[in-house]
Unconditional design. Structure first.
Length: 396
């Protein structure tokens, strides 16, 4: 790919950041208070706008309801727009209320399921008011012990609820169904892997697609293969980018697994250029989102680094010599194919990205720009250090 096309592609990249990444959060053991951490949704949006100002490719922010609940969502939308960002995916929260102890849409008690579905439908309405395209669904549902509940009955309850929400979605919007290997349910999670999410989406309808959170797999799972499969089936809806070492610890994306991130982007770039209409359209509509709650890192800085790591992986994937790769694959030349990929992966794209930023009027090094801008000191002065919890906060 020549530099002109590459720069154009880089300019079209979009990474959404999550409101919950800007507030104080921690592990089960401790939430450390960060000076200047956002205290409400308006401050979270201000921080997301700062990430966009620095990187130029993070123009939307995902909301979590009710953490980000407001009286007037149209006003919130205008507020975001006045800061140069838009409202992205709406994430309903059906895991923090006491009635959800045994689950939400998989709960054996009909009233509890109805309460969860009502909240999901409220979130569809919030999508309308905020101009959001995606309802992003993650459920903490599952069981801790064999025999605790009927696994097939739970599957059916989940299907019924998802169907009702799907059918309420306005045209042009979608539901992204996220899966997770385990936690907080430790015996059986109702949406336990991509296959379960995919099967539900397939049965429910065209507005349902799978969301791949990089943190939600067993260690040896080949995520890029899942991505390729779902792209080819037209059912890849979005990503939650982060890095996982043990479970759902939501670390800065690409820090421990840069090659995996590159291979995922390679599948996306290949699909974006595919001659197959469904695959190409699916790839072009993928929602790229970060899902991280930083525990010990400065929050805005960590988010900027995550966005930059996505950009770096994407730039490297754009450099793949696809003709050389296809020829090697056809010839059965295993090593030449591997070397073609790794030639792109090993390219130092930092000078090129700095040049792209210069050409866009962005800071060459967004982290340095942030550190010298005074933004952090300002918000620390204005917002102070909010009281943070001991152990067991809302989100691990
Ligand atoms: C919990 O695992 C989780 O990290 C999921 O990945 C959700 O997407 C996120 O929380 C927000 O609810
Ligand atoms: Mn997630
Ligand atoms: Mn997670």
């Amino acid at each position: 790919m020549n530099t002109h096309d590459l720069f154009q592609a880089l300019g079209q990249q979009r990474i959404e950041t999550p409101s919950w990444g800007y507030g104080n959060s921690g592990t089960r053991f401790k939430t450390f208070a960060a000076p200047g951490a956002a205290r409400d949704v308006h401050e979270k949006i201000e921080d997301a706008a700062e990430v966009h100002r620095l990187t130029g490719i993070a123009p939307s922010v995902a909301l979590h309801i009710p953490w980000d609940e407001v009286e007037d969502y149209a006003e919130l939308r205008r507020f975001a727009e006045s800061r140069g960002v838009s409202i992205g995916a709406i994430n309903p929260n059906v895991f923090q209320d006491d009635p959800y102890k045994l689950g939400s849409i998989g709960n054996p008690v009909p009233n509890v399921r109805e309460r969860a579905i009502a909240h999901l439908l409220d979130c569809v309405e919030i999508m309308r008011q905020t101009g959001s395209r995606d309802l992003s669904l993650w459920f903490a549902d599952g069981t801790n012990y064999a025999g605790q509940d009927d696994l097939r009955a739970r599957k059916r309850r989940v299907r019924e609820a998802l169907q009702r929400v799907h059918d309420a979605l306005p045209d042009g919007t979608r539901m992204l169904v996220e899966y997770k290997l385990f936690e907080p349910a430790f015996y059986a999670t109702d949406l336990f892997d991509w296959g379960a999410a995919y099967a539900h989406c397939l049965a429910i309808g065209d507005k349902a697609q799978v969301l791949v959170d990089l943190g939600h797999h067993a260690q040896s799972v080949n995520i890029e293969q899942i991505v390729a499969f779902l792209l080819d089936e037209g059912r890849l809806g979005g990503f939650h980018f982060n890095a996982r070492r043990y479970a759902d610890d939501d670390l800065i994306v690409g820090t421990t697994n840069p090659f995996e991130l590159f291979c995922i982007y390679a599948e996306l770039v290949a699909a974006e250029q595919s001659s197959d209409n469904l695959t190409r359209t699916t790839a072009r509509n993928v929602a790229y989102m970060i899902d991280q709650s930083h525990n010990i890192e400065p929050k805005v800085e960590a988010m900027v680094q995550s966005v930059l790591n996505c950009q770096e992986a994407y730039a490297k994937a754009l450099l793949i010599d696809w003709e050389r790769l296809a020829a090697a694959q056809q010839a059965g030349d295993v090593l030449e194919a591997y070397r073609t990929l790794t030639d792109a992966f090993r390219t130092d794209v930092r000078p090129l990205l700095a040049e792209w930023r210069r050409s866009e009027g962005l800071p060459e090094d967004p982290i340095v720009a942030h550190r010298t801008s005074g933004y952090q000191a300002n918000v620390a002065g204005e917002r102070g250090t909010a009281a943070a919890g001991g152990g067991f906060p809302v989100k691990s």
